[in-house]
Design a protein around this ligand. Structure first.
Ligand SMILES: CNC(=O)c1cccc(C)c1Nc1nc(N2CCN(c3ccccc3Cl)CC2)nc(N2CSC[C@H]2C(=O)NC)n1
Ligand code: NI
Length: 194
């Protein structure tokens, strides 16, 4: 077995490591990660990014029964730490593939946006229909997996994904944002994201 495959094997996060609704870490505020990150935190964040990539690989997802996702936050593997990983390409072909320590939204638009199909979550084993209102544009400050301090401006699908994962770091689930009285009606002025 070649090294890359061995590396995937030994480090591998599977769905068994993903905690589901009801697990306390999903409702906790996470602690900042002490920087520079420990070897253990680096190892974990790399595993999280690899899991998201694996989950989108048809063969690996099939072989290891992985549910596809584009983002994962540390509380979802039972770790109450401010770390998240994303891997996706947005509608404009811009690629996002990285792990982040201590991400925080430093500014956001008044305008709201939402994914027309609603949102899903690897820690939620049920379909929760409804519009999830998000900030249409956000600016995020964080430290990347490689230890670089970055300031990222996000809009559209990328803004929604980052907000969903940063919510996890604050103990917030996507359905907390759904208007219970009128779940399918987008808020006034909110724009649909494709
Ligand atoms: C209930 N209706 C819906 O879910 C929903 C319904 C329609 C459209 C959207 C857009 C919806 N919404 C939604 N679709 C996704 N995926 C689309 C499919 N994709 C994927 C699937 C297969 C291979 C590779 C990949 Cl990439 C994986 C990601 N992901 C999220 N979320 C919310 S933000 C974090 C992100 C996440 O990773 N969730 C696990 N929401
Ligand atoms: Ni989630």
């Amino acid at each position: 077995m070649e090294f890359a495959q061995l590396e995937r094997m030994s480090l591998m996060i599977t769905m068994d490591d993903i905690v589901r609704e009801g697990h306390e870490t999903l409702r906790q505020r996470t602690e900042n990660v002490t920087l520079p990150p420990s070897d253990e935190d680096q190892y974990t964040l790399k595993e999280m990014l690899q899991f998201i990539k694996n989950s989108q690989d048809e063969e690996l997802a099939e072989q290891y029964d992985l549910r596809p996702g584009v983002g994962l936050a540390a509380p979802q593997i039972g770790l109450s730490k401010r770390m998240m990983a994303v891997h996706f390409t947005d509608a404009n072909g811009r690629e996002y593939s990285n792990g982040y320590y201590n991400p925080r939204i430093v500014s956001h638009s008044v305008e709201q946006a939402y994914l027309p199909g609603g949102e899903g979550c690897l820690s939620v084993d049920r379909d929760v229909p409804g519009i999830v209102p998000r900030h249409a544009r956000i600016t995020v400050k964080a430290t990347t997996l490689d230890g670089e301090d970055v300031k990222i401006r996000l809009k559209g699908y990328a803004a929604c994904v980052f907000q969903h994962e940063i919510d996890h770091l604050n103990g917030v689930m996507f359905y907390d944002h759904i208007n219970q009285d009128d779940p399918m009606t987008p808020p006034e002025g909110a724009v649909s994201v494709d």
